[in-house]
Design a binder for this molecule. Structure first.
Ligand SMILES: Cc1cc2nc3c(=O)[nH]c(=O)nc-3n(C[C@H](O)[C@H](O)[C@H](O)COP(=O)(O)OP(=O)(O)OC[C@H]3O[C@@H](n4cnc5c(N)ncnc54)[C@H](O)[C@@H]3O)c2cc1C
Length: 335
């Protein structure tokens, strides 16, 4: 039995809080919660569907020193085959969308408040249905609203920071957490960088001192024609389909683009002759150099080895070091 499970049972937590059993699973395979369809087990896996339940799992884990990790839609993650030691909290049960007033004097302004576990897809649909414009370019983006904000997701030259107004968060100080409302200045965001990315790279899902759980987000949008919005969304989803985004399990772009390299990472990988390059069932997509796919039963270790190899070969041929956009999470040393 693993250490976390022992602590859990020794402290009789189920007896003290029987309600927790309704949203807790032990040794949950994270392959069920990532778009790569890979990843080992989480010792504890919570999927709360209310704030009260979320607070309960946070309080119990903090009281018993159980490490905490946060998971959104799992669409930008490569979780190790050894999995995660501690408690993973999934936000996918925490969803909801409502209009909010915008006080900037502009008749065309429209605001929306979204609970962080809401799928981006649902937010985009809601906006079309309610004649609210500004989110169309995110049509077809997998994952949750919280994950998109954390990553400062960028689609067709529009990034989340362009529409972000403020967020309601739980801010962690290492011992506990406080509820805060946060807005940010433009210089706190950058390409694929948000002000929330303060977690150490070695522990990219962990909720340690300085990190935050985004609970809900307000976006600053505008009134628009729903027929036009529908056409735009369809156009972007169609483009993604044509680019093969949904053909195989993946996490979208594997590497960030870097202006200093003078061309997109996908083109650099293509020119290095690596399209279609594979290790086991992990493969550089035969149609796009910057998408790594799971063609069947790849394990995270195969994908990681492929990524390392692509980086090595590109470095050797061009001198450029490609930086992964996909977050490597979990216990890699044991994989
Ligand atoms: C087919 C495909 C296409 C894609 N296309 C694009 C694209 O065009 N542009 C783009 O930018 N990305 C793209 N991605 C990557 C991915 O979809 C985005 O990065 C997405 O925004 C991640 O959201 P998520 O909920 O899945 O986050 P996850 O992968 O679950 O988590 C990512 C990080 O966010 C943190 N996090 C999640 N929720 C919260 C929260 N509530 N509070 C605090 N931290 C949180 C996690 O701890 C983790 O560190 C694509 C992926 C796929 C599979």
């Amino acid at each position: 039995m693993n250490t976390v499970r022992k602590i859990w049972e020794k402290c009789n937590i189920m007896e003290k809080y029987p309600h927790i059993a309704s949203f807790l699973r032990f040794d949950e395979p994270l392959s069920l919660h990532t778009t790569f369809r890979t990843g080992g087990p989480a010792d504890l896996f919570f999927s709360p569907s209310s704030r009260e339940d979320l607070f309960l799992c946070l309080d119990v884990c903090l009281e018993h020193d159980i490490p905490l990790y946060l998971l959104g839609g799992g669409s930008n993650l490569l979780v190790s085959d050894a999995g995660v030691r501690g408690a993973v909290i999934s936000t996918t049960g925490l969803s909801g969308i409502s209009p909010v007033a915008v006080y900037d004097g502009d008749q065309n302004s429209a605001g929306v408040s979204v609970v962080s576990g809401t799928p981006m897809e649902d937010l985009v649909e809601w906006c079309v249905d309610h004649a609210v414009g500004g989110m169309e370019r995110f049509a077809g983006l997998p994952g949750s609203v919280g994950g998109a904000v954390f990553m400062n997701a960028r689609c067709y030259d529009k990034q989340i920071s362009d529409v972000f107004y403020r967020a309601e968060c739980l801010s962690f100080d290492g011992k506990g957490y406080t509820l805060v409302h946060t807005a940010f200045s433009a210089d706190q965001w950058a390409y694929k960088v948000s002000p929330f990315q303060v977690r150490p790279q070695t522990d990219p899902l962990s909720l340690g001192a300085g990190s935050a759980i985004i609970l809900s987000v307000e976006f600053s949008l505008s009134v628009a024609d729903p027929v036009f919005l529908r056409q735009e969304c369809d156009r972007y989803v169609e483009d993604r389909r044509n680019k093969g985004h949904f053909r195989f399990p993946s996490a979208g772009s594997m590497f960030k683009n870097n202006r200093d390299f003078g061309k997109p990472s996908g083109m650099i990988i293509d020119e290095a002759g690596l399209r279609g390059f594979r290790i086991g069932d992990a493969q550089v997509a035969p149609w796009h150099g910057n998408i790594v796919i799971n063609t069947g039963s790849a394990r995270s270790g195969d994908i990681r080895r492929l990524v390392d190899e692509v980086q090595r070969i590109v470095r050797e041929k061009t001198g450029f070091t490609l930086e992964p956009e996909v977050i490597m999470a979990g216990e890699w040393s044991l994989s």
